[in-house]
Design a protein around this ligand. Structure first.
Ligand SMILES: C[S@@+](CC[C@H](N)C(=O)[O-])C[C@H]1O[C@@H](n2cnc3c(N)ncnc32)[C@H](O)[C@@H]1O
Length: 238
């Protein structure tokens, strides 16, 4: 079990499921996908985007390494979604010939740059030559205060607390849930590297993609933070 499993309810307790459903038709339209298209949703989480996309395209293949996320998606029983429990960096996806790959909501940066390049290379191996990649990231530029700092946020009953600090482009997050007496019921601590837009273009390049647009899409409230969308195409093979 990863912390993603432990904190799935807290992660998806906000506006994100609705945002994913609003985002799906916008991205699908933007990518020119049709009812015959195949979409690969890497690091799919609970698959809210996959579910919304599956009504609009032919097939969705969704991959996540957290068991409870994949179980949640499988329980939706959507026959045009193949939900795979696996590591997006190593799952063999060759031959899928997908028309698009999406990696949404800050799913990169946890294991460092080289690991992200590897994951994106694996994504590339699953794509048709004229496919598109979309990565949604919170960038260093999206954090207004770059000095080391801590913020804490309490939810409803006061039982879910989030603390965050940013130092040297690594965002350190501490999440905990306590009972009314203050006893800690669960706790997670993790780091995520915040790319600059220029750095992430380099990452895409190193993974065999040609970046073709970097945009902020205006989709209502995008959730806890601003997001930037990178669109890219696979570089033709030599
Ligand atoms: C912030 S959530 C985003 C989920 C989803 N993309 C969405 O928009 O709802 C990040 C997800 O990435 C998954 N993840 C992180 N690293 C992964 C990897 N190497 N392979 C597969 N899944 C991964 C986590 O399990 C988690 O569900």
């Amino acid at each position: 079990m990863t912390w993603f499993d432990d904190f799935a309810d807290e992660m998806y307790g906000g506006s994100r499921p609705g945002v994913a459903r609003t985002l799906a038709p916008v991205l699908i339209n933007r990518l020119g996908l049709t009812a015959n298209s195949i979409v690969l949703d890497l690091c799919c989480g609970r698959g809210h985007f996959s579910m919304a996309a599956s009504d609009l395209v032919g097939r969705v293949v969704a991959v996540d390494s957290a068991l409870t996320m994949i179980d949640f998606l499988r329980a939706q029983g959507q026959p045009s979604i193949t939900a795979i429990l696996g590591d997006a960096a190593t799952e063999d996806l060759r031959g899928l010939n997908a028309d698009a790959c999406v990696i949404l909501w800050n799913s990169l940066g946890y294991a460092g740059r080289e690991s992200d390049v590897g994951l994106l290379k694996n994504a590339r191996s699953a794509l048709a030559p004229d496919a598109r990649l979309v990565v949604e990231l919170r960038l260093l530029e999206d954090i207004d205060d770059l000095s080391p700092r801590a913020t804490a946020e309490r939810r409803e009953s006061g039982s879910f607390v989030r603390g965050r600090s940013v130092s040297k482009q690594w965002m350190h997050t501490v999440w905990s849930v306590t009972d009314p007496s203050g006893k800690i019921l669960k706790r997670a601590e993790f780091d995520q590297y915040l790319y600059t837009a220029d750095e992430f273009r380099e990452v895409l390049h190193d993974a065999g993609f040609v970046p073709d647009a970097v945009e902020r899409l205006s989709i209502g409230d995008l959730g806890q933070a601003q997001s930037t969308f990178f669109f890219a195409r696979p570089k033709p093979l030599d």
